[in-house]
Design a protein around this ligand. Structure first.
Ligand code: IVH
Length: 685
């Protein structure tokens, strides 16, 4: 049958491959952006991929699977909060990047509203976190993150700590119900102060105000959130029961009169030229605002016209975002070095002629893998355009082949590891090259680092610099060697005095009792990260029980699956695993689940009061109360200002409402168990 284009050829193998590639890549970048807050590519690059995929899926509808990233608004709720459905969905906005795209937007609208007078509102696009605040009869009853657009996390208690958020609307014409949509953000000055204080205390600093804001809103303890100086601008509306103004700017005026913070830089324009001039103005002057913006939003002002225009599946037709170009710079690739990861993966890193970009000097950029280099045709000596992805990680946009002089050298991966000389193999599935050496010092350093970090064995005093010294002096050749280091060896290292040596020995000694979960997380077993390692430890209790299990049995653990199970089983029963475990055991490293990993662990709840409401599936009410008591807390029947937490299960009713009203932290079952130091499966053992 002929497709839409009168073409009855099914997609060829190359197209199928490209579509599958784009779908997987976009899913991965969505996850990096939303779940990990560590974007690898710029928004613009993301949109280009998305546009290419939409186009291919339109031409070959059979390739548009229902779970394709083109059907998603983006963003996924994070565990730990009660989820709530938005009364009206929180859609996303289409982006534009140049004048032509804004003109096209206007043309589309004029075609859909022929002969009508159209006014546009132009607003700064705040680079913060989207939020919905529900007011019922003027009272703030719910704060929810966008989540997947349909459902978000109930973060009411945290929203109440945001500066400028009224707990009760004041003034005239307050609707019976309104979902106020807006952006939570942090001023740049506040962010810099917070980071400077953290740096002084030797703590990790935050990448940017948006990540910091998102992280703060997801804190279970709203007291900490309260200290974070978050702010809010209202910029839209979801559900509304009352007398709705006729235009957006009147709605915002009403919001302001009710006490909601509204951005003062909002302008109405009757003509597109005014809109474009306003965009140009902000493009230049964005840095003068005290907070980060990533563009300008252009909206049809008349709310009746908005209804006529309606939505596409993802975004309203009446609004477009003009995204500021990420700051770019052109520089030269001086060399491409390879970094060896803990599993031996070779990551190419471009050494750049230093260049100023967004207020910092950039001299390195990751080139990710062989495909990245091939697709972009990047050569040593090339001029390249770099930009900052997510305002932070430098990213190579493209090379400039026209500027070549013939001396540029294409990059090829070596057949031997640049550090240890062992053979390099190419991952059959893709673009990755790996060092196969069993005693590669670069690999070992990375492994030791991930063994010593906080989420794993948490060895105080064992930072990167010390690891380098230990390996380079030949004192540590395998992970277990750490446990036989002596004071004299350490004192012989440069810059290591008697005191630091003693502290390190103590740190290593203390790490022996971290427990099985942290140990498994630290051993650098492919696909085994902190949370799954923890789950395994809780399930099996001790290493011997784990060793007695078959691969299939391991695969049945929740969240495990065949690939991870295979990797874990292979490691445990392979040469490296067997000898590592035997030596660690000899050194007295605990191979049993730590007390915090079994019932009886968790937070000290002395002085805390809990109210349980609704059904907590699989968790008996008496057990739940006992768990609280065992940790020093108290379970009571009614919610008051003094309640520390409300634990809400299925069909929780008035107690949950009351908790929201009073701004008491609300935990769902998972968050409650996490606080107790229990897991879902820990209960079943
Ligand atoms: S209007 C249908 N106005 O940008 C959604 N959004 O990239 C209408 N944003 O999810 C949103 N400043 O969280 C609007 N002045 C502004 C905004 C703004 C920031 C955010 C918003 C939205 C995201 C889309």
């Amino acid at each position: 049958m002929a497709n839409l284009f009168g073409n009855d050829d099914p997609a060829d193998a190359k197209t199928v491959k490209r579509v599958r590639f784009l779908q997987t890549e976009l899913d991965r970048h969505n996850e990096l952006y939303y779940a990990k807050a560590e974007p690898e590519i710029s928004d613009r690059e993301f949109d280009r991929f998305m546009a290419e995929l939409s186009d291919l899926e339109r031409r070959f509808p059979s390739l548009a699977s229902s779970d394709s990233p083109t059907h998603r608004v983006g963003g996924r709720p994070v565990d730990g909060f009660v989820q709530v459905a938005h009364r009206t969905p929180m859609l996303s906005i289409d982006n534009s990047y140049d004048e032509g795209m804004v003109r096209d937007f206007e043309t589309r609208i004029r075609k859909l509203l022929p002969g009508q007078k159209i006014a546009f509102v132009v607003e700064p696009k705040i680079d913060g976190v989207a939020l919905s605040a529900t007011y019922e009869k003027g009272l703030l009853t719910l704060g929810a993150t966008r989540g997947d657009g349909e459902k978000g996390d109930d973060i009411t208690a945290n929203l109440k700590t945001v500066r400028g958020i009224p707990l009760r609307l004041k003034g005239r014409g307050i609707p019976a119900l309104v979902e106020v949509r807006g952006e939570v953000y942090l001023e740049r000055g506040d962010f810099d102060t917070i980071n400077a204080e953290r740096a002084k205390r030797g703590e990790e600093t935050y990448a940017n105000p948006r990540n910091f804001t998102a992280g703060s809103l997801k804190l279970l303890d709203s007291k900490i959130c309260a200290s974070r100086k978050l702010r809010f601008f209202a910029h839209g509306v979801g559900a509304f029961e009352g007398t709705m103004p006729k235009t957006h700017h009147e709605l915002l005026e009403a919001f302001a009169s009710w006490g909601l913070p509204v951005n003062p830089h909002i302008r109405v324009h009757d003509h597109l030229e005014g809109v474009l001039a306003e965009i140009a103005h902000w493009d230049k002057l964005r840095t003068e605002l005290g907070y980060d913006t990533d563009g300008v939003v252009v909206k049809v002002d008349n709310l009746g016209q908005r209804l006529e225009l309606g939505n596409t599946s993802k975004a309203p037709r009446w609004v477009i975002a003009y995204k500021f170009a990420a700051e770019q710079a052109t520089t030269r690739i001086l060399a491409i070095d390879l970094q060896v990861g803990k599993l031996g993966t070779l990551t190419p890193v471009a050494r750049l002629e230093p260049v100023q970009l967004g207020g910092t000097t950039v001299s390195n950029a990751s080139l990710h893998n062989a495909d990245f280099i091939a697709t972009k045709d990047i050569r040593i000596g090339d001029l390249v355009v770099v930009e900052k992805a997510g305002e932070i990680i430098p990213y190579v946009i493209r090379s400039e082949p026209d500027a070549r002089q013939g001396t540029e050298i294409p990059f090829t991966f070596p057949s031997e590891c640049p550090v240890c000389g062992a053979p390099v193999t190419r991952d059959p599935a893709g673009a990755f090259f790996r060092c196969t050496g069993t005693d590669c010092s670069a690999k070992l350093k990375r492994r030791l680092r991930s063994f010593a970090i906080r989420g794993a064995m948490d060895i105080e005093g064992l930072g990167l610099e010390t690891i380098e010294l230990l390996v380079d002096h030949g004192f540590v050749k395998t992970i277990p060697d750490l446990f036989i280091l002596n004071q004299k060896q350490l004192e012989s290292l440069p810059r290591m005095g008697e005191k630091s040596a003693t502290n390190l020995i103590d740190g290593i000694h203390q790490s022996k009792s971290r427990g099985l979960g942290r140990l498994l997380a630290g051993l650098g077993i492919r696909h085994i990260g902190e949370s799954i390692a923890d789950e395994v430890a809780r399930r099996v209790g001790a290493i011997d029980s784990l060793l007695a299990l078959g691969e299939d049995e391991i695969a049945n653990f929740p969240g495990m699956g065949p690939e991870r199970a295979h990797s874990l089983f292979d490691w445990l029963h392979g040469v490296e695993g067997v000898s590592t475990l035997a030596r660690l055991k000899e050194c007295g490293v605990s191979m049993e689940a730590a007390p915090t990993e079994v019932p009886g662990g968790g937070a000290d709840l002395t002085g805390k009061t809990f109210v349980l409401t609704g059904t907590l599936e699989g968790l008996d009410r008496d057990d739940a109360e006992r768990f609280i008591r065992e940790r020093g807390g108290k379970a009571t029947g009614s919610v008051s200002k003094k309640t520390s937490y409300v634990v809400a299960g299925e069909s929780a009713g008035s107690k949950l409402e009351k908790a929201r009203e009073l701004g008491i932290p609300i935990l769902d079952k998972a968050a409650f168990l996490a606080l107790l130091g229990l897991s879902q499966t820990g209960l079943i053992r």
